[in-house]
Design a protein around this ligand. Structure first.
Ligand code: KDG
Ligand code: MG
Length: 409
């Protein structure tokens, strides 16, 4: 079973996606996601110019060997561009292997460890009434665990908060990457945020009661001492997790946060190898691994990372915003179903155009996701439709403080 062709498809149905399609000489196809939000063309070029020529003629069955070959032969290790490219190859080869076996991928990974995958959705609002509507809307959609993001008085736009209710006023969509030649500039004030956020969680708890699992994303904006204070102040509201409370490249900083709070911590969506989690896991500085299959070298690498985390009772919280394509999402779901130390899966639903381009077998019912039982990962790409939706320049926003200093957003 040799790799005959490997095509990189860049399309933009509701947003930009980079997809690798591998075809074997016996006609099997596999898909992998290499979407790197805001830097998509770098990932596409890395694949097209440097990886695809190395794949032709290789035995598609040797997934571990191909992973090690791509990682080690490049010499330049880690980094998001390299790791999304390796992830795309890895997932496409797992897709092919599972199709060849006639099984859904989770069966090859050891079979199902649970019947469904608990998912959390994204609620947000510019004020409490809007936020409460958004939480209720997510509950109606079936979500039983909800991430809560809100505006902060005095700040014009906060990333992760819908700018305005979309059509009908019932659903709050948030599309992080804006199609424009330059990134949108937003403003930020950590002091105002720290004063405001505990009042929001107090209001949400008193409106929705103690049982609803609530999550919050700090998006790398705090210093360690600020994060320690926030974690402590949120303790009465019993968060499922506080995500990315600090820019976690400085992993030792998390020790300080940990010494001050029992609010569970989730970190890792910007990381891309097991090495980036080494200190965080070994010193038990986090409770959930937020890495994405798409950004962390695929199924092969994520399995090793999550198995390592399991030795420390650290669970998965796989990254699943809309910039992970349905291919990356499906790969995550097969892993979620198979591993023992599953925690929760992020699920921001894709738009209709995206679902037309990527036909999927995964489903969401009563708060739980399931990857479906089609052979492989269960996603097929409509390449004709994709070709009619070309790439559009799009950037994530960034923040400036009141005095003009660039800040984490
Ligand atoms: O591309 C950036 C997004 O994936 C990220 O900002 C979303 O923080 C995010 C989350 O938790 O989903
Ligand atoms: Mg996040």
């Amino acid at each position: 079973m040799k790799i005959a062709t490997a095509d990189v498809v860049v399309c933009s149905p509701d947003r930009n996606f980079v997809t690798l399609k591998i075809t074997t000489d016996d006609g099997l196809t596999g898909l992998g996601d290499a979407t790197l939000n805001g830097r998509e063309l770098a990932a596409a070029s890395y694949l097209r110019d440097h990886v695809v020529p190395l794949l032709i003629g290789r035995d598609a069955r040797n997934i571990e060997d191909t992973w090690q070959f791509l990682y080690r032969s490049a010499y330049w290790r880690r980094g998001p561009v390299t790791m999304v490219a390796i992830a795309a190859v890895d997932v496409a080869l797992w897709d092919i292997k599972a199709k060849a076996a006639g099984m859904p991928l989770y069966q090859l990974l050891g079979g199902a460890s649970r019947t469904g995958i608990r998912a959390y959705g994204h609620a947000s609002g510019r004020d409490l009434p809007e936020l409460f509507d958004s939480i209720r809307r997510h509950q109606e959609l079936g979500f039983r665990s909800i991430r809560v993001q809100t505006s902060v008085p005095g700040i014009k736009a906060v990333y992760g908060v819908a700018a305005q209710p979309s059509a009908g006023g019932t659903r709050y969509d948030y599309e992080p990457a804006q199609r424009a030649p330059l990134p949108a500039e937003e403003d930020w004030d950590t002091g105002a945020y720290l004063r405001h956020l505990p009042t929001v969680f107090e209001a949400v708890r008193s409106e929705f009661g103690p049982d609803l699992p609530l999550l919050h994303d700090g998006h790398h904006r705090m210093t360690p001492i600020q994060a320690a204070r926030l974690g402590k102040e949120l303790e009465p509201y019993d968060l499922f997790w506080l995500e990315d409370c600090t820019p976690a490249e400085n992993q030792e900083a998390l020790r300080l946060v940990r010494q001050h709070t029992t609010t569970p911590l989730a970190i890792g969506e910007v990381f891309n190898t097991v090495w980036d989690f080494q200190t965080l896991i070994r010193e038990q500085l986090i409770d959930y691994v937020r890495a994405a299959v798409t950004h962390t070298g695929g199924i092969t690498a994520m399995r090793k990372l999550l198995d390592y985390a399991a030795q420390y009772q650290i669970k998965s919280g796989i990254h699943g915003p809309t910039d992970i394509s349905p291919v990356g999402m499906a790969a995550a779901l097969h892993l979620d179903l198979a591993i023992h130390n599953f925690g929760i899966q992020e699920y921001m639903q894709h738009g209709e155009r995206t679902n037309d381009v990527f036909r999927q077998s995964f489903r969401f019912e009563d708060g739980y996701l399931h990857p479906g039982d089609e052979p492989g990962i269960g996603v097929e790409l409509d390449t004709d439709l994709a070709d009619r939706m070309p790439y559009q320049q799009a950037y994530l926003p960034y923040n400036r403080l009141g005095d003009g200093t660039v800040h984490d957003w």
